[in-house]
Design a protein around this ligand. Structure first.
Ligand code: PLP
Length: 394
């Protein structure tokens, strides 16, 4: 008899976005036509930049011409895109072989798929509050999860300690949901610890492009020793507005081994078995992001979100509310004022000023009493929401 993967039964129901949706709908039913200020969801609002659109159109035209048509693409990525990404890293002082760059359909896919490389007996360390997929992807495989709670006392940037008994470490910096970013020294401590333990770091760099403070690491491969303990998973979703277009990349060094086996060779084998590559059209669009003009246009879009963050940070400061993030990340993570819990604060904002955010406890137990604002909305809505927040909470 065929048995299902019983570990799916161990998944906790994720009520977060469902509950938010229900509450928002109930409000709209009671107040038809009400305007809401949505600062909950981490999806972008600006369209793809012109350089990317032009490259996508050109690639579509290529597919119409026999001499320029592309069928199956190389499973691990088109050389033109792998080289463009490696050159982008080189400009930042990180030397990679182009074939250490694996083109993907996005970070979510990779965060799940990469776990194929590790034993199901391995334990995964998740620093919480965290992007929920880290826990769920491991629970589905039956892995033990070690929850490492972060808090205000360590700026939501926990340090390693010898009592942590895990083999796969998730590090997300800049972090979703807290917006906190590891310094070079803090990240080096994790790299040293992983090398010491023989663990592998899965470094989620989905928000690296938001870093503006000089000296903060964009890539884990800026740190000494990372090539023997880390895999970097990155995405064009937030950097270049590809949330609906879908493109990402993973850096897996040839020097990375586990139990005497080359994780690099295993990943090549995995990709060539389980994928048939990412579409030529999308990879052409992705390559445009790494051109000089592409970078200029992408950064101009990010500046819009960064300005939104400034508006919200100013409001938090005026209100004397503790927060982190915002400066090098598109999220602002705040302590709910007046002793409210996350859902009370959610209801208060929705009912009184029609502002929608995300309750912190959706990202792990230690997010209780916290709240996340995303800065991906329009400047007009963000400005109005900030005004309403100040008026309500002052
Ligand atoms: N990692 C983090 C931390 C995220 O917040 C997200 C999306 O919100 C992803 C990964 C997924 O990115 P992608 O759109 O490339 O699947």
């Amino acid at each position: 008899m065929l048995n299902p993967n019983v570990h799916y039964g161990d998944l906790q129901e994720s009520y977060l976005f469902y509950n938010i949706g229900q509450k928002v709908q109930a409000y709209l039913d009671a107040h038809p036509g009400a305007k809401l200020y949505r600062m909950g969801i981490g999806d972008v609002s600006l369209p793809l930049c012109d350089t990317v659109i032009k490259a996508l159109h050109e690639a579509v035209d290529d597919q119409a011409v026999k001499e320029r048509f592309h069928g199956y693409m190389p499973e691990c990525g088109a050389p033109f895109l792998r080289e463009a990404i490696a050159a982008h890293y080189a400009r930042r002082g990180v030397e990679l072989d182009a074939d250490e760059v694996f083109v993907s359909s996005g970070a979510s896919d990779e965060l799940g798929d990469i776990l194929d490389l590790f034993s199901r007996d391995a334990a995964a360390l998740v620093m919480e509050p965290a992007y929920p997929a880290y826990v769920d992807a491991n629970v589905m495989a039956g892995r033990r999860i070690v929850h490492l709670a972060a808090g205000k006392e360590n700026g939501f940037l926990p340090a390693p300690d010898n009592s942590l008994d895990a083999d796969i470490f998730y590090i997300c910096s800049p972090n979703n949901p807290t917006g906190a970013v590891f310094s070079r020294e803090q990240l080096q401590a994790w790299v040293d610890f992983a090398n010491h333990k023989g663990a592998v770091i899965l470094f989620d760099a989905a928000y690296e492009a938001f870093i503006e403070e000089p000296g903060l690491p964009h890539s884990i491969f800026e740190l000494e020793g990372a090539r023997t303990c880390a895999i970097e998973i990155c995405s064009l979703s937030k950097t270049a507005g590809f949330t609906g277009t879908r493109l990402g990349y993973t850096i897996l060094p040839k020097t990375l081994e586990c139990g005497g086996m080359s994780l690099y060779a295993m990943w090549v084998r995995n990709r060539t078995t389980k994928t048939n590559g990412v579409s030529y059209i999308l990879q052409k669009g992705g390559a445009a992001v790494f051109t000089k003009e592409g970078q200029r246009q992408v950064m101009a879009n990010l500046q819009v979100y960064k300005n939104n963050a400034k508006i919200l940070m100013r409001a938090m400061e005026e209100l004397g509310i503790w927060y982190c993030g915002g400066k090098n990340a598109p999220y602002i993570w705040l302590k709910c004022p007046g002793g409210m819990d996350s859902w009370q604060f959610f209801d208060h904002l929705l009912n009184e000023i029609q502002v929608v955010g995300t309750p912190g406890e959706g990202f792990g137990a230690c997010g209780k009493g916290y709240f996340r604002f995303s800065t991906f909305g329009s400047p007009e809505d963000t400005e109005e929401a900030a005004k309403r927040l100040v008026a309500l909470l002052k």
